[in-house]
Design a protein around this ligand. Sequence first.
Ligand SMILES: [Zn+2]
Length: 166
Amino acid sequence: MAMKPKREQTAFVREVVLPAGPDRKPVMDARRMLFPLRLGRSRIHGWGLFAVESIPRGRRVIEYTGERIGGREAERRSVRPSVYLFRVGPSRFVDGVRGGSGAECINHSCDPNMTAAITSGRIWLKSLRMIAAGEELTYDYRLSTGVMMPCRCGAANCSRYLSSIR
Ligand SMILES: [Zn+2]
């Protein structure tokens, strides 16, 4: 049988585009979760994170982890089909594609059940209210820049658009 010719791939595609591509299988890191959570298909978009047990209000739920990068590298990576960059400062980002806890799969909602709190450079997602078992976890990405894309969160107060850069 003849060998298939190898498709040429640039280093940029291998290192930047593919790790966040549609075939990406998210990995959960239980050490970063303070409540049992599970990964599943979301009604909002792609993968989502769901509560296995009910979570009381005002509690840390999961830490958003990943590779720490600067603004120029974040800009380079923002061409990905899915962007998993969390902004922690004017030119500081955490890229959940590498070393992510699973929190990078949490979807945006205009009526979220969690909020992000940055403490000593670490990102904690905390419950804004009681979250029922089986409920999808969400937070407001609070995007200010980037290309506008439609929001499918389904909330009554949905602002209809969010940007592609977190
Ligand atoms: Zn929305």
